[in-house]
Design a protein around this ligand. Structure first.
Ligand SMILES: [Zn+2]
Ligand SMILES: [Zn+2]
Length: 308
């Protein structure tokens, strides 16, 4: 029987793009780089390990001190640019032998994901190697269209499903995390993820640039989502700025994000990956402009929680 006390919650832990930007200009929207937490019952799903994952890890450790329960974490990487991975070496739960760390994401230039993550922590760049972090780590590469099935009771992945046919066999209470390969980000692209549970749907689509007429595959993938978190790093002025155009950088404008939201009929749109040069005032102006284009839209704010 599904546990009726379980909720589907999404918490923005970091929504800054490119590099962290602490300081007086980013107090409202936050300066930590990309990390989004999804909690469903006992299942903890984390999209990306930007610097926003650091305080999340500290909170998990404080909780562990009180309840003495092991920590189970499922991290899904969209891609492995620094702003999406640089918090991982400072994710405290990874240093406990009782922690289970399930990591999913793309392979990069044919290299296994575990090798790529390990390379970023090799001496002399970092004093502790990835393999020396004491947690039990399972690193698994996903391909376009794969679905990871997790249990809201145990919080652990049950299996990975590699074809649409098999998804029919998923039990009604299972959590499904599905990936869609996005090609609109430099060199190797990114993964866009959906989380489906009990008829509710979240889409996490960061570091993606819009196409003319909208990204048709993403529009289909995001159909009728309750919440779409979409990249909107640039204003259209900046995107087309004659001195330094941003076309081809792999990020969207507000208009591109709204186009996906409208065409896929999503309930709510949250704009993320704020430009590190943008002050709170500028992000607020972006939000005000977005509201003239789409009813239910706001800019991502660090630590803000959504219930689906
Ligand atoms: Zn990024
Ligand atoms: Zn990137």
């Amino acid at each position: 029987m599904p546990n009726s006390d379980f909720k589907f919650e999404v918490i923005i832990r970091g929504c800054r793009g490119s590099y962290p930007k602490p300081g007086k200009d980013t107090i409202i929207y936050g300066g930590n780089t990309t990390c989004t937490e999804v909690k469903i019952g006992n299942c903890l799903i984390i999209f990306d390990a930007g610097t926003g994952i650091i305080t999340l890890g500290q909170e998990l450790c404080r909780k562990k001190k009180k309840n003495n329960q092991p920590i189970y974490v499922n991290i899904f990487f969209t891609h492995i640019h620094h702003d999406h991975t640089e918090g991982l070496p400072f994710f405290e739960p990874a240093y406990f032998s009782s922690t289970s760390l399930n990591i999913f994401g793309p392979s990069v230039f044919q290299d296994p994901l575990v090798d790529v993550l390990s390379q970023a922590m090799l001496p002399p760049f970092f004093p502790v190697e990835f393999s020396e972090m004491k947690s039990r780590k399972l690193v698994q590469e996903l391909s376009d269209g794969d679905t990871v099935v997790c249990s809201p009771e145990t919080g652990m992945p049950k299996n990975i499903i590699f074809s649409k046919e098999q998804t029919k066999k998923i039990s009604g209470n299972d959590i499904q995390i599905r990936c869609l390969k996005g090609y609109a980000h430099p060199k190797v692209g990114i993964y866009i993820y959906s989380v489906l549970w009990q008829g509710k749907k979240l889409i996490f689509a960061t570091d993606t640039e819009g196409y003319a007429g909208g990204d048709q595959r993403l529009i289909k993938f995001a159909e009728h989502a309750d919440l779409l978190i979409h990249d909107a790093q640039f204003t259209s002025e900046l995107y087309t700025d004659i001195r330094s155009p941003k076309q081809g950088w792999g990020h969207s404008t507000v208009e591109m994000a709204v186009e996906v939201a409208e065409k896929s009929g999503v309930e709510k749109l949250v704009l993320t990956h704020h430009d590190p040069n943008d002050t709170d005032e500028q992000v607020l102006a972006k939000e005000k402009y977005a509201k003239t284009l789409f009813n239910n839209v706001e800019c991502a704010v660090e630590d803000k929680k959504y219930s689906l």
